[in-house]
Design a protein around this ligand. Structure first.
Ligand SMILES: C[S@@+](CC[C@H](N)C(=O)[O-])C[C@H]1O[C@@H](n2cnc3c(N)ncnc32)[C@H](O)[C@@H]1O
Length: 221
């Protein structure tokens, strides 16, 4: 049983953490150069462990969102939203709406909870196969190498099934079909590739390096 004193302590502990989160969010919103660790500490430890490799760095998320969003009406899809970092930062720094689709329920629950703590109303997360959705509902797509088989293999603790190489090729091909079907003017921001070259119906528009990774923006002709 939790004593009254402990309840009081944990209550004030939460309040202090919420104030810290508010401060971090404000710094991100204002465009300050802030270390990823400052944001990642609000993720559950299970997800934090993968942050450096698998979740979009703050600087990249902010820039990708800026490049994808044309107006507050823009709807952005994050294909494989993981712990929700790209969507949350996009929703914080623009007025557009961000949707994350992620196959791992635990990550979706975590992303939703953090979205609520951040008091963001322009972000939503769904659990499921992003490749089963009709991408034409969105004006812009974000892909951070979502189908990489090594991700599945190295996160076995939170992912029940490792994906075989063949499945990876299938997923990339399905994504290419979705890109082919996108209406003219649709934008895509791709960080660290997506497992294949975009169809010729997409024109390369912009490239920016972030350390050893690069962010590429494409537009459907
Ligand atoms: C490299 S992480 C990127 C996470 C997030 N977009 C970010 O930038 O922080 C790729 C994510 O895609 C998810 N993923 C892979 N294939 C998927 C699919 N078909 N449907 C939904 N999620 C998928 C993985 O589970 C993983 O969480």
């Amino acid at each position: 049983m939790v004593s009254k004193t402990n309840r009081r302590r944990s209550g004030s502990g939460h309040r202090a953490e919420d104030l810290e989160l508010k401060d971090v969010l404000e710094q991100i919103k204002q465009g300050h150069d802030i270390h990823d660790k400052e944001f990642d500490r609000f993720l559950l430890s299970e997800a934090r462990a993968f942050s450096k490799i698998y979740w979009t760095p703050i600087a990249v998320a902010r820039r990708a969102a800026e490049l994808l969003v044309a107006s507050p009406e823009t709807r952005v899809l994050d294909v494989g939203s993981g712990a929700g970092k790209f969507c949350l930062i996009g929703a914080l720094t623009t007025k557009a709406h961000f949707t994350g689709i992620e196959q791992n329920q635990k990550l979706v629950t975590m992303a939703k909870a953090l979205g609520q703590r951040c008091a963001l109303s322009n972000v939503s997360f769904m659990c499921g196969d992003a490749l089963a959705a009709d991408w034409r509902q969105w004006h812009a797509y974000y892909l951070f190498n979502p189908f990489a088989a090594e991700f599945e293999a190295s996160t076995k603790s939170i992912h029940a099934n490792a994906i075989a190489g063949e499945r990876h090729v299938d997923m990339v091909n399905i994504a290419m079909d979705k890109l082919e079907q996108a209406p003219s003017g649709t934008k895509a921001a791709i960080y660290w590739g997506m497992g294949g070259r975009l169809p010729p119906s997409w024109a390369h528009d912009y490239s920016e390096s972030f350390g050893s990774g690069s962010l590429e923006v494409w537009v459907k002709r």
